[in-house]
Design a binder for this molecule. Structure first.
Ligand code: ATP
Length: 508
């Protein structure tokens, strides 16, 4: 654990030092849980967006995009259920004055119990060697069984209390489990209260309550309220999807995990409209498709796992998360939800506009069912960053940090470097840069030794450096240096573009 925390700190420091992510308003000591993307961060982020948009919109003949406004009519959030229900239970520790999400405190306690079970299993596996039958052991060992039972009881109490909003019972549960504040170590808790997660502001010149509007807490509603417009103007036939990426805002209670949990963040969501009764088939389809998308970034499969929701939201009839092993543990990266007709039906009721689809194949009208894929752009960025961060000890005893970002996502595809800043080398290098820049994001630099310049490119994940030296004038060749192997070779200038293009097709 300590090691991973250490890795997380290093990644955060690296992201700042090399222009990926800065704290917002840093010169004013920052704004909590709000971040800015720097010169390389913005490129990486744009490349992830591009990868998502192409896979979802361009590669599907039946999915189109939309870019809805952040501000929406306040009735939207009534209809969606957010005004009444989008809140988290919070609790304060009176000694440390720290605030926590009450349900997360309980869930962390469950993770500890799961850790105890795992320990028993690992111990037994060692003891029994090859003959060990994990399933049989887990189903018979008294200590494992007792912890499993405890977990079941806790989940049962937590979820039913949360569902019925019995906040007093959530507090009793925290007390019964003897949960202490990780900072003060005390059990001196306040009552549990609901904390509204939506940000609100005022629109127009009057400041009465009628003008209060919200900053959207999810992009999905911008899709639902445009369903009719797009279905009609695009002549869309079910099944079809609408995709959107954009900012969302949540006044998170606990926001201490870098870009994992922000108050302003970006989502990439797709709502897929299907015939009622077909939703589970499409749910299974999108679950697999989305996992393939993640693996397409070349990140090892074992870094991902599916997590089935046990505590379904009132509108859902199936829900899975794709979790990623961040340095802070396995956590949600994307949600795939079967949302039934909850949203469209509710907008039909609140707006008074008929939202129906006439299905010529069955000669009947219905409100479509929806399967949603909802991924956090910033969390994907963090997944790519933490998977890429590599510390290496080199043969000569020195060390380097290299970001093994998949080349097609790398902020800079090629650095063009004159070996020295004289004898016409910078001019020659600029000539090459000027040819490449129309197709690839390139970087030009002439300061410092070539070794130092290579290291800086390693640190931002540039797959190739091309160095121009005196020999370039003799035979029209340059040195190509590859990021991961650090191998150097001489190639003709005319091959540079083709080599970069080949590499961008691979995710390694
Ligand atoms: P969590 O349980 O972690 O709060 P959630 O279940 O509320 O997340 P959803 O409402 O399903 O999240 O949102 C879809 C996706 O948006 C999440 O999978 C996540 O990647 C991203 N996301 C949600 N909240 C945040 C946040 N505060 N900061 C960054 N990304 C977020």
């Amino acid at each position: 654990m300590a090691n991973n925390e250490d890795k997380f700190r290093k990644i955060i420091a690296h992201a700042k030092e090399y222009g990926f992510v800065f704290q917002s308003s840093e010169i004013y000591d920052g704004l909590s849980a709000v971040y800015d993307y720097g010169q390389y961060g913005v490129e990486l982020k744009n490349n992830i967006k591009d990868y998502w948009w192409k896979s979802m919109v361009q590669y599907h003949e039946n999915i189109v995009g939309v870019d809805a406004a952040i501000f929406m009519h306040p009735a939207v959030w009534k209809a969606s259920g957010h005004v009444d229900a989008f809140s988290d239970p919070m609790i304060d520790n009176k000694d440390s004055k720290k605030r926590y999400r009450a349900d997360v405190l309980v869930e962390d306690h469950i993770v500890k119990l799961e850790g105890k079970i795992q320990k028993e299993v690992t111990k037994a596996a060692k003891r029994f060697g090859d003959s060990f039958d994990e399933e049989q052991f887990s189903n018979t060992n008294p200590r494992v069984l007792s912890n499993k039972k405890k977990i079941e009881d806790i989940k049962q109490r937590l979820y039913s209390a949360m569902k019925d909003k019995r906040l007093g019972d959530v507090k009793t549960l925290i007390e019964d489990l003897g949960i202490v504040c990780p900072i003060s170590g005390s059990r001196n808790w306040t009552d549990v209260r609901q904390f509204d997660l939506m940000f609100s502001t005022r629109i127009g010149s009057l400041s009465d309550e009628a003008n209060e509007i919200y900053l959207r807490p999810e992009t999905a509603q911008g899709i639902f309220v445009n369903y009719l417009n797009i279905q009609k103007t695009g002549r869309m036939k079910i099944p079809f999807g609408i995709a959107q990426m954009g900012k969302a805002f949540r006044n998170e209670i606990v926001a201490r995990q870098f870009i994992f949990r922000m108050r302003e963040f970006e989502q990439m969501e797709m709502q897929f409209f299907v015939r009622p009764g077909d939703e589970i088939k499409w749910f299974d389809y999108w679950k697999e498709e989305r996992m393939k998308w993640h693996l397409g970034m070349g990140i090892p499969q074992e870094k991902y796992k599916f997590h089935e929701h046990e505590n379904l939201a009132h509108y859902a009839n199936a829900a899975f998360d794709i979790e990623f092993e961040f340095p802070i543990g396995f956590k949600e990266l994307e949600g795939i939800h079967s949302r039934t007709d909850f949203d469209l039906k509710s907008h039909q009721e609140y707006s008074g506009k008929k939202i129906q689809y006439f299905d010529p194949e069955i000669n009947d009208s219905y409100i479509p069912y929806v399967v949603e894929t909802s991924i956090g752009l910033d969390r994907t960025f963090l997944a790519v960053l933490s998977n890429a961060y590599t510390e290496e000890k080199l043969e000569d005893g020195s060390e380097r940090i290299v970001m093994k970002i998949p080349p097609f996502l790398a902020p800079i595809k090629a650095a063009v470097l004159p070996l020295v800043k004289k004898d016409g080398l910078p001019e020659k290098a600029m000539e090459i840069f000027d040819k490449l820049k129309y197709n690839y994001m390139c970087f030009y630099e002439e300061k410092d030794s070539i070794g130092k310049r290579y290291r800086r490119q390693d640190a931002i994940g540039t797959p190739y450096c091309f160095t121009i030296d005196h020999q370039t004038f003799e035979d029209n060749t340059v040195t190509i240096r590859e990021r991961d192997s650090m191998k150097q070779d001489r190639i003709g200038i005319d091959r540079i573009s083709e080599i970069i293009s080949e590499r961008l097709k691979s995710n390694k």
